[in-house]
Design a protein around this ligand. Structure first.
Ligand code: SAH
Length: 232
């Protein structure tokens, strides 16, 4: 007689990506001060485990950055939540409308772009490493998320589609990139890590209806550097 081994999802490791595990991450983000229900819902819905290597899938719902190859990382969920929330509340506080069109600099795994697309935004994303971009495109397509992307040095933004209601930069530069703030629409919000090494801060820049720019600091963060040029 053949023994029938019935593996439970947990035994297969699938439990590590279950709804219960995702809900635990959401509770953690709430405890970390994330309040926007739309953002929390997007994070609950988008399968982060599909944006990392299979070998790391069981860690996908930990609140931590994970390697995605080429020395790059998928951002920590709390950071993704914080930046996304800042784009929405930025517009409200400045008296502007909700953002519709958003530019992301640093596609990486595609996860941040997926969250923005899941929130109904029209997403444009730029990545300098061709191989990361190709993998990200496949994932986004497989999930049916409509994100426009290009292989380029994102420090020049995407002038053909500018201006943007929101811009999110997911790699750190020593100072705010002038070309990017220039592509921000009146009433728009830009969030970007600024600084080097362990001395980075998440800055939010808001442009009012008259084009006057104000800036605030959302706290310390750690990002990979914003680099020049392109790689295949
Ligand atoms: N938003 C990504 C985070 C990826 S890490 C995610 O959700 O996974 C930052 C990414 O920025 C890396 O993939 C890196 O290659 C990219 N990057 C760094 N400098 C860049 C530049 N000048 N233009 C475009 N992308 C850049």
């Amino acid at each position: 007689m053949t023994a029938r081994l019935r593996l439970q999802p947990e035994a297969l490791g699938l439990g590590m990506t279950s709804q219960r595990v995702r809900d635990r991450l959401i509770e953690r983000l709430r405890a970390g001060g994330i309040v926007d229900e739309r953002v929390l819902n997007a994070i609950r819905t988008v399968p982060r485990h599909l944006f990392v290597d299979e070998a790391l899938a069981t860690r996908a719902y930990e609140d931590t950055a994970l390697p995605i190859g080429h020395g790059q990382t998928i951002s920590q969920p709390w950071v993704v939540a914080k930046m996304t929330e800042a784009l929405f509340s930025g517009g409200q506080q400045a008296g502007g409308a909700q953002p519709k069109k958003v530019l992301e600099v640093g596609t990486g795994s595609g996860y941040q772009g997926a969250i923005l697309a899941a929130l109904g935004l029209e997403v444009y994303t730029v990545e300098r490493i061709g191989e990361l971009l190709r993998t990200a495109r496949k994932r986004l397509r497989a999930l049916g998320l409509n994100v426009r992307s290009k292989h380029d040095d994102g420090r020049i933004g995407w002038p053909e589609y500018a201006p943007f209601d929101a811009i999110v930069v997911t790699a750190a530069a020593p100072a705010l990139v002038e070309a990017l703030s220039a592509q921000l629409a009146p009433g728009g919000t830009l969030v970007a890590p600024v600084g080097s090494g362990s001395g980075q801060s998440l800055l939010r820049l808001r442009k009012d209806a008259d084009g006057v720019v104000t800036q605030d600091n959302l706290g310390p963060v750690v990002f990979v550097p914003l680099l020049s040029g392109m790689l295949d």
